[in-house]
Design a binder for this molecule. Sequence first.
Ligand code: FAD
Length: 374
Amino acid sequence: MTVVAEIETAPGARHADAARHSRAAQRRAEQAGALDRPTVSFELFPPRNPDAAPRLWATVRELETVEPDFVSVTYGAAGKTRQTTRGMVRRLLRETALTPIAHLTCVGTSRDEVTAIVEEFLDEGVRSFLALRGDPPAGEPDWRPHPDGVHTAAELVELLRDIESRRCGRSAAQAVRARVRPLSVAVAAFPRGNHATGGTRAQDVQALLAKQHAGADFAITQVFYEAEAYLGLVAEARAAGVTIPIVPGIIPTTDPARLLRVQELTGVPVPRRLFDLLGSTDDPLERHRRGTRAGVDLVNAVLDGGAPGVHVYTYNKHEAALDLLDGADLVGGRRSSVTTPAAVTTPAVTTPDLTAPDGNPADAATTTPRGTQP
Ligand code: FAD
């Protein structure tokens, strides 16, 4: 018998060995579990004014407790928030453990301007972008696209890849860094077609395919309220040859006023049943519970249908977002705080009349859509 075998068969050693094996097995199981765990991420927008900043950063700290995979920071239409988006992304990089994704729009902007903006972000260490076309300014009928502009999200993805490869070509050090922290480019997808552009789902699937060919890594969807809309998009996209992951964008359905506003901005109709559900109680806490439950059902349905994770539209508020994730068991008990009833301030609502002429509330007409920007 070898010394090793002797040690292995000694009763104390056997116990130590078994304990070590079981710890390793547990660690492997945890790692496998962590790999399989759906991604969790949040959308935030830059503070509209300095007074809004402290509240936003308190929200960021709360969201940080659930260790999201990334947080994305919106970019105002036509680059209106260029400086605030940049400032916020910079602070997220420097002061938090979060991975920021900078939204970037290009419509109406020259290639040189877009290049300069991208270079600024890259210089600051940003490695992830959400490449969007953006929408032309609302209510400006004479508006013309920039003659030397970037006209589609796919062109922007291509430009991002070009800029990165030029930087790597200029500097071997940069090329090494880029291997260690590759550039990641996400794009938008639209479960019900893009109402803002009048695009049908079939057109948007073709646009998504073009974004993939241009070098997009994954997609995040526009809001939707029925799992079938997301699952239908994924099925149609896969049939068309789209292979990149498509992450569902989920809005917490606890605040009817917010839902109405989002409907106005995106053109995505909120189902009548949701307004009925929320509007039939005057108790804000009960409304919050009902809305959270509806959101959890949606999250569970898309995850059961194969979604890789969820991207939560927070509107810079953490309570509803974290309750939604908690309800869907997506935070692994890592949440530090639980929403207190006092945090729920939604006013009582009357159910809006959303009935469409054809009697299908889900397809009710909406006001002019612009984007997901609040
Ligand atoms: P594109 O892919 O360029 O598509 C624009 C239109 O052209 C579509 O109708 C599309 O169908 C059509 N098209 C393009 N290429 C093709 C093709 N090859 N074949 C057929 N049709 C084609 N807006 C902001 O201003 N700031 C933000 O921060 C912001 N964040 C967003 C985040 C998410 C997750 C989403 C879903 C949207 C966001 N938006 C934002 C809104 C977005 O900018 C608008 O919805 C915009 O109208 C569409 O952008 P796109 O990137 O899909 O454009």
